[in-house]
Design a protein around this ligand. Structure first.
Ligand SMILES: CCCCCCCC/C=C\CCCCCCCC(=O)SCCNC(=O)CCNC(=O)[C@H](O)C(C)(C)COP(=O)(O)OP(=O)(O)OC[C@H]1O[C@@H](n2cnc3c(N)ncnc32)[C@H](O)[C@@H]1OP(=O)(O)O
Length: 197
């Protein structure tokens, strides 16, 4: 049994989400948005190394992703830490913004932990944007174990808020911001998203 907070319910005048014309094609692997991201970065030895793909339905703003629980991700002996599972949900939900081609950060993340998730398990994640209202992006995700159609182990509803690149420049630690700004690929990616019409 779970109740949702009102702030996760889209307003009546919210719009249906629209996949951006230049969004990755259905089935395409998205790749990491930042090398040192704990969720998806390849430069994080103990990170989740979550791999997300654009969903198959071209009319939906949807993503699938996989994350394998490693011994480094334990909370209780042999079981994934709940915060790590929430991170996997957060990262998957955040990847949805690639399909909208906007930069957004998590404002609210409400998580249900339904089944324990043992080390070694592949968590199969599905996420979808359900509505957009101005800068507010409403989305939902599930994580299943034992296969893509297995039982639900975790689920979440989220509200992401669209931000400009300045959000990171103004708030991030200067060392990492400077390194990111010195990386032409990172800057081009970030700015391209920012001019989304
Ligand atoms: C060239 C340099 C390189 C840089 C390139 C970088 C590219 C990176 C690409 C992609 C990065 C994505 C990273 C993905 C990682 C996974 C996702 C995460 O974990 S993100 C981290 C965790 N989240 C935060 O750290 C947010 C911290 N919070 C904030 O910064 C602010 O609170 C923020 C931006 C969320 C909102 O602040 P406001 O001042 O802009 O806007 P206000 O007016 O407060 O809110 C706007 C609307 O949203 C609602 N709202 C905001 N927060 C809410 C909440 N918690 N619950 C319910 N409603 C909320 C408000 O009620 C308002 O609604 P009404 O327009 O009045 O209807």
């Amino acid at each position: 049994m779970s109740g949702r907070t009102p702030s996760l319910t889209p307003p009546d005048d919210a719009a249906r989400p629209v996949r951006h014309p230049e969004a990755p094609a259905p089935g395409e692997l998205l790749g990491a948005h930042y090398e040192h991201c704990f969720g998806c970065g390849h430069g994080q030895p103990h990170g989740l190394h979550l791999e997300a793909r654009a969903g198959d339905d071209p009319d939906a703003v949807a993503i699938t992703a996989e994350f394998t629980v490693k011994p480094e991700h334990q909370g209780a002996p042999g079981l994934a830490h709940g915060g790590v599972l929430a991170t996997a949900l957060d990262e998957t939900l955040g990847s949805l913004n690639w399909l909208l081609r906007v930069i957004a950060v998590t404002g609210r993340l409400e998580t249900d932990f339904v089944r324990p998730v043992p080390v070694g398990t592949v968590l199969h994640l599905d996420a979808e944007v359900t509505a957009v209202a101005g800068r507010k992006i409403y989305s939902t995700a599930t994580g299943r174990i034992g296969g893509p159609d297995g039982p639900v182990a975790v689920r979440a509803d989220a509200l992401f808020i669209e931000v400009k690149v300045d959000h990171f420049i103004e708030n991030g630690r200067p060392e990492e911001i400077k390194a990111a700004m010195d990386d032409p690929d990172q800057v081009r990616r970030a700015r391209a998203f920012e001019v989304n019409p």
